[in-house]
Design a protein. Sequence first.
Length: 344
Amino acid sequence: MSTELLVGAAIVLQLVILAVLLLRRPADPAAQMDAAMQRVREELQQSRGEQQRTAGDLRSEMNARLDSQITALQRGLGEMQALTSGMDDLRKVLGNVKVRGIWGEYQLGGILEQFLTSAQYVANFVPDPASRESVEYAVRFPGRDGAATPLYLPIDAKFPQEDFLRLVDASESGNADDVRAAREGLMRAVRKAAKDISTKYLRPPTTTDFAVMFLPTESLFAEVAREPGLLEEMQREYRVNLAGPTTLAALLTSLRVGFHSLAIEQRAGEVRELLGAVKAEFGKFNETIARAQKQLATVGTTLDETGRRTRAMERKLREVEAAPGPAAERLLELGPGLGDETET
């Protein structure tokens, strides 16, 4: 439209110039008219050329912009299609109850592996061999009062996706009745899952008297925790504690600290037992030393008494004249040479 305005303005300008020239009444109107018409044609030709160049530049610029925008739009459409395909795949995966359960179990196993050692928990634990019902995971505690049989804390993952998605859709639609109905459905599903866990997996004294139900997404856990009194009801009625990823991580951190404290306490007990044994042996050693000292004292006393008697005999013998060697040997019934060895 701007090009047409420029052309119109140029034509009007040229007509005005022509009118001005005609009003001057030259001596040779025909010649002046021809000259004016020539100038008008030249200016029109020049104006047409400039307009064509301008229109060509504008057309090229518009084509370039359109190409760029079309390319960006196609790229965006491709990304949207890829995202839609990915969402469809995720919906198909989570739409399968078995696959959804495996996903929740896999996430639970990853959190346990991150916070505990492999010796501190077991997978697919069977609390009651008679029923053969297995809980996905169980944390292993040392037995009560040092018993050899360990104690287990059952942890099972639950993901009521359909009820949760109905609540999300109802919240987005803004229909209060739909929101209330969807929330009631979700809470019924959570209560049913808690009852199943309590009925199947709580087997004291093999297990603890409570279990943990793991909700694999923070949004699901937050929605359930918002229900007034529900967490307390789960603990009171079913002895089940609800936990999301963050809550479970905090619980496992506390358990890990407890395991470390228990290990230190057990080591301290072993050290105390060892010191007690050493103390008992050291007491026996002291008794042995005391007996040896007593025996040494008795020997010393005997030796002192023997020394006194020997000195007394020596004093008496000094008064007796010594007999010649052969005579002494004969009197004492000593063999030849024995007397010399004795003197030596």
